[in-house]
Design a protein around this ligand. Structure first.
Ligand code: NAX
Length: 363
């Protein structure tokens, strides 16, 4: 007992300086190995909202230092420089190193978590196929680069659209990275559905009292928002909402069209909520979902719920120990199954179009 007290006193009066970078004696924060996070499209509007969330510890935790790898294209180098200045000016205690680059190879090195946000927007007059060609080309290169330069342990979240198909192309071009480590984002749609149920019911606690909505399928207007397994304030959503017709039509349509509604209002696409959802997705994956919590993730499953193999399909998942698992055995109504089939067919068609674009580009 006396020895233990003496050891404790010796520790307190030693010259120990906290290693977390705060330069104080014991700030209380434990020093942990820094995690390296890649953000592509870091000069864009989602990148701009994502950086402060990660820099302030909302992904790995407030005692985990981070290195930020920010990738963008040459035309955006000036803007990216401004983002770096703002990171410096933020004096974030957790930020150890910032690499702002236009080199995919440099950006991919030693990355633990990658947010692939960089993509080509649909400009006036562009056909769907033209946008697809631009973006799958980016994800072909990104896949090859990650394959060559990143650790196979990396966790990848594809945000840039068409997110699910970009993830499929990335997977095809990164054979060293397990398919389980490549995901696409439908968490924004998931969060939108939580928010909508909270608003409709006026539940105390807001969105935090709503759980277990499911987004099935593609991150597109064919996605299937499903509240059949959701709870609001602990009771089934159907009982809390008391309006089945709303749940089966307006709820579904509003979630599907929410991105367009934000563009109409803001004249810009969702950025704050998209960045928040991206961190939610990665945090659930890295640090685990809460007991009883189900989240929606675009994943390469093994045909669960009739999802096609080899396309990235949004499914209900739980996460633990850095791995996601599809929640199996949930009942699916005929209505939802019919809509899921449409979304699955769209994904198959999208992937075929993407492969056709890549074949034409290779000529
Ligand atoms: P911005 O146009 O503001 O930013 C995109 C950035 O990507 C730009 O800085 C651009 O220079 C960069 N970029 C282009 N080609 C690149 C390349 N080859 N390598 C690296 N960077 C490159 O778009 P933002 O609003 O940030 O949206 C980014 C992407 O997210 C878009 O594809 C968008 O459609 C998609 N979204 C996906 C969502 C989802 O839920 N999965 C929701 C939000 C968002 O709409």
């Amino acid at each position: 007992m006396r020895e233990a007290r003496e050891a404790l006193l010796a520790f307190y009066f030693s010259d120990f300086v906290c290693l977390c970078g705060c330069e104080s004696h014991r700030c209380g924060r434990e020093d942990m190995a820094a995690k390296t996070v890649l953000i592509t499209g870091a000069a864009g509007q989602i990148g701009y909202s994502l950086v402060p969330l990660i820099a302030s510890g909302q992904l790995f935790g407030e005692n985990v230092p981070v290195n930020l790898h920010l990738l963008d294209i040459e035309q955006a180098q000036g803007v990216l420089g401004g983002v770096v200045m703002e990171i410096e000016d933020g004096a974030y205690p957790l930020v150890r190193k910032v690499v702002a680059t236009t080199s995919m190879a440099e950006a991919c090195k030693d990355v633990d978590a990658a947010f692939l946000v960089g993509g080509f927007p649909r400009l006036a007059g562009m056909e769907r196929k033209d946008v697809m060609a631009k973006n799958v080309g980016i994800f072909q290169s990104m896949g090859r680069s990650l394959n060559e330069h990143a650790s196979p342990e990396i966790k990848v979240l594809v945000v840039a659209n068409p997110a699910n198909t970009n993830a499929s192309i990335l997977r095809d071009n990164a054979p060293r990275i397990p398919a389980a480590n490549i995901t696409a984002m439908t968490r924004l749609d998931h969060n939108r559905a939580l928010g909508m149920l909270a608003k409709k019911t006026g539940v105390e606690g807001g969105a935090s009292a709503v759980r277990n909505v499911i987004i099935w399928g593609n991150h597109s207007s064919t996605q299937v928002p499903d509240a059949d397994h959701a709870t609001v304030g602990g009771q089934p959503a159907r009982a809390a909402v008391k309006d089945d017709a709303w749940l089966e039509s307006e709820f579904v349509k509003t979630v599907q069209q929410r991105g367009a509604a934000v563009i109409a209002a803001r004249k810009l696409s969702s950025a704050m909520s998209a960045a928040n959802a991206a961190v939610d997705h990665m945090r659930s994956w890295v640090r685990g979902t809460a007991a009883g919590e189900v989240v929606s993730m675009g994943v390469f499953g093994n045909g669960q719920y009739g999802s096609p193999k080899d396309v990235c399909f949004s499914l209900p998942c739980t996460c633990a120990g850095g791995k996601w698992t599809v929640v199996e055995g949930l009942s699916v109504s005929e209505r939802v199954a019919g809509l899921m089939k449409l979304s699955a067919d769209e994904l198959i068609e999208e992937k075929a179009l993407a492969l056709q674009c890549l074949a034409e580009m290779a000529k």
